[in-house]
Ligand binder design. Structure first.
Ligand SMILES: [Zn+2]
Length: 436
């Protein structure tokens, strides 16, 4: 367990609306003191963190860990390593594993693996329908009592509106969230990138914004009809932001997330048939990107989620049409978010809130931030640290990211999960830990 006096740090704690310079005293893994005037304890290792931020551990409510079934892409072991290297202490894997997480046995398997690794909190999201086939609703009660925290068929939409309606109605019994992968498949057709300038230029089939917007609206109407709690995954279009903003204004129980690539990149990234920038929903236009940033600023978008989607080189180094969708994101999310702070688009407190309190509220998780007596769960961030994204620098088993070769600024340098150090880039916490 960790015993250390972190001092001179910028404590950013959205749960308690704090952004102040101060100290955090951690003793045997527990927070003993936090704030601007915590007295320095005697005989305790001390770390001067001038210029660094200390935040509660980040939460990612949308990632793909590929275990069970595709361990050559990622495992719960490598995925949680990637998570803590990115500053995340809590991650929620989506159910589209092989087999999918649609029954208690799979949920328990994931949790058992996570417990054995013991590096970050893994909260599985279970499937809405059996086999993610969009027909028969799964056993919500059984899945929740075995540890599932929400339901989604992510990867595919729930095609039939009556099934989605039933899921939202059923969710009322358990007060849980239904997460929508919003995509009208007929309209998306065989599209592989955004429909517009780049699809014409490259001669590739496009996916119009409307394919996303129609299902965002459909699911919002169903949430309104049923009074169920709906969360929209990976929002990428300006119209979807508008539809969600209006729904929130009229009191619909809807929340949403975007992913860092939708506020950092546009469809231009696929130029040269770059399969590393192929994803679903596809990267959109500059107008969409700016609308996403507006949504983050005004609270329409509740949180940033990575949609970390590992794929092997074989699935990406092939012709564009055949390449798999998705990019890894756990280790680049925070640096890309910090870019918004540097550009003056978000305050540090707002950014950290989108990675902590925001996702916690979406899933009704019980996080309290920095409070005396709580087990330490935090990340130390150096907003000035520069690094180049290379396959060697990544902890994920897969390296499919369009940010390869990019120099990013700002990153997690140490992560503490459950009172223990689970990531320590510079080895600064190593002398502060006592094995117990
Ligand atoms: Zn999805």
């Amino acid at each position: 367990m960790l015993t250390v006096f972190l001092t001179n740090c910028r404590i950013i704690d959205p749960y308690n609306h704090k952004d102040e310079i101060g100290s955090i005293y951690i003793k045997d893994g527990k927070i003993e003191g936090v704030g601007p005037d915590v007295p320095e304890p005697e005989q305790c290792p001390k770390l001067d963190l001038k210029g660094k931020w200390v935040s509660p551990g980040l939460i990612d409510i949308h990632c793909h860990l590929r275990e069970p079934g595709e361990e050559y892409k990622e495992t719960i072991d490598t995925g949680t390593m990637s998570a803590v290297a990115g500053g995340f202490t809590t991650i929620c894997p989506m159910p589209n594993t092989k087999p999918p997480n649609d029954c208690a046995a799979i949920t328990r398997f994931i949790l058992d693996r996570a417990r054995a690794v013991d590096r970050a909190r893994v909260l599985p999201i279970a499937a809405i329908t059996k086999g993610q086939k969009g027909e028969e609703i799964t056993e919500f009660g059984d899945l929740i009592s075995n540890g599932a925290v929400a339901f989604s068929d992510d990867g595919v939409p729930v095609k039939r509106a009556n099934v989605m309606r039933l899921a939202l109605e059923y969710s009322l019994n358990f007060d849980c969230v239904i997460i929508s992968h919003s995509e009208e498949l007929e309209l998306a057709g065989n599209g592989v990138i955004n429909e517009g300038k780049m699809s014409i230029l490259l001669g590739l089939r496009g996916i119009p914004n409307a394919a996303e917007d129609i299902f965002v609206y459909r699911d919002i109407r169903l949430a309104e009809t049923t009074n169920g709690r709906l969360h929209i995954a990976h929002v990428s279009t300006k119209e979807a932001v508008k539809i969600i903003r209006e729904a929130k204004e009229r009191g619909v129980k809807v929340t949403c997330e975007t992913a860092p690539h939708y506020f950092s990149l546009t469809e231009d990234a696929v130029d040269g048939y770059n399969t590393l920038a192929k994803m679903n929903p596809p990267l959109r236009t500059e107008e969409d990107r700016l609308a996403i940033i507006e949504g983050l600023k005004d609270g329409t978008i509740d949180c940033i989620a990575t949609d970390h989607a590992p794929h092997s080189i074989l699935e990406k180094e092939c012709e564009f049409e055949r390449a798999a969708n998705g990019i890894i994101g756990l280790e680049t999310a925070l640096p890309l978010g910090i870019e918004l702070v540097r550009n003056g688009q978000l305050s540090p407190l707002k950014l950290i809130s989108l990675f902590t309190k925001g996702p916690s509220m979406v899933l009704n998780l019980d996080f309290k931030g920095f409070k005396v007596g709580e087990i330490a769960d935090l990340v130390i961030i150096d907003p000035e640290r520069e690094f180049t994204v290379t396959p060697e620098s990544l902890y994920s088993r897969s390296h499919n990211t369009p940010f390869l070769g990019r120099q990013l600024k700002g990153r997690a340098i140490a992560t503490v999960y459950h009172g223990k150090c689970s990531f320590d880039l510079d080895g600064m916490l190593s002398s502060c830990e006592r094995r117990s």
